[in-house]
Design a protein around this ligand. Structure first.
Ligand code: PHE
Length: 338
């Protein structure tokens, strides 16, 4: 039987070697490997052989079958693209290949943090307002009680587009634009891009701020404290410890800066908080009566508070990111972590 198998292989190979067309090759395949083919018939006879011979014979005939199939495939492929079979081979799709995978886009970490912050204020009844990034000097400075020769203008390095047009240096001009159009009560947050001539590990020339403004009858500094305390504890955790420090902004009086106890060292002092144990997070204050007069509100009748914060700074603290420039290098390995 072993002899028969070897003989069959020899014959089949000889026929294959002299076959020159697709039809001949397909005929050889049927003759030997088909359901009633010679090899198939021999295979069925293995059952009659001596029991200790069977495994060997089985393996042998499988090897021959495999070898012949490969030879026929190869020969057919060589003839491609002539003939129908060649065309089929060319269109063959290997459905076992691993897929190519679709990469998902993600919301940029700055957008995520910005949305998260706005959502806290939306829950408190604020709505979102937007303003232009290319802004008139009037809205960016003048109407915010920062006249042309005011030393406060030195606090910011401004990009001028023209004499009276700037890239806004903060989101505070949106306060003015909204109050000009709307009578109190006003309760808005305004997220967006701002620009300052500055660049190092914690500053980029473009960054994001969120402005907040609440104006109504009888708004007091305790409202400011309550809202901002709630906000910071929502973002940084219920146990966050705050500190309100007196400060100065031309458009608020009194003004404050709000620190949280360092979330890295817990207040004992580290590199992130400059050994002080505190992190500066927000600028805020009661809207200056001068600003109300400019937009036609009566400061005797209404009052309000405003605040501003940097989104990058909050994102950096939240995710322990030490270099602000990572946000803008478009390195997918960084961005895909969010
Ligand atoms: N506009 C201020 C800044 O960019 C922040 C601020 C906003 C302060 C509103 C007080 C009130 O530094």
């Amino acid at each position: 039987m072993r002899e028969d198998l070897a003989e069959l292989q020899r014959k089949a190979e000889a026929e294959l070697n002299s076959a020159g067309s697709e039809e001949e090759l397909l005929a050889i395949r049927t003759k030997y490997l088909g359901r009633k083919g010679l090899l198939t018939l021999l295979f069925r006879k293995i059952g009659n052989a001596a029991p200790d011979e069977r495994p060997l014979l089985g393996r042998l005939s499988n090897e021959i079958k495999e070898a012949l199939s490969v030879k026929i495939e190869n020969a057919l492929e060589k003839l491609a693209p002539q003939g129908k079979y060649g065309a089929l081979l060319q269109e063959k799709i290997d459905v076992t290949l691993p897929g190519r995978g679709v990469r998902h886009g993600r919301i940029h970490p700055i957008s995520q943090v910005s949305q998260e912050i706005c959502e806290v204020f939306l829950r408190l009844g604020f709505s979102v307002a937007k303003g232009p990034e290319v802004e008139l000097d009037y809205y960016n400075f003048e109407a915010l009680n920062i006249p042309k020769d005011h030393p406060a203008r030195d606090m910011q390095d401004t990009f001028y587009v023209e004499d009276n047009i700037v890239l806004r240096t903060h989101t505070s001009p949106v306060q003015i634009r909204i109050m000009e159009k709307q009578r109190p009560p006003v309760r808005i947050v305004s997220p967006g891009k701002v620009y300052r001539h500055d660049s190092d590990v914690s500053h980029t020339p473009m960054f994001h701020q969120i402005e907040g403004l609440w104006v109504d009858k009888g708004i007091t500094f305790s409202d400011l404290k309550g809202v901002l305390t709630y906000f910071l504890q929502q973002v940084f955790g219920e146990d966050t410890v705050l500190r309100f420090r007196p400060s100065f902004f031309p458009f608020t009086e009194p003004s404050a800066e709000i620190d949280i106890q360092c979330i890295i060292c817990g207040g004992t002092g580290c590199r992130v908080c400059g050994q002080s144990g505190w992190l500066e997070i927000l600028g805020a204050g009661m809207v200056d009566p001068e600003v109300f007069k400019t937009v036609g509100y009566d400061p005797e009748e209404i009052s309000g508070f405003a605040f501003g914060l940097g989104v990058e700074r909050i994102a950096m603290l939240k995710y322990s990111i030490s270099d602000i420039r990572l946000f803008y290098e478009n390195d997918r390995r960084f961005l895909e972590q969010f």
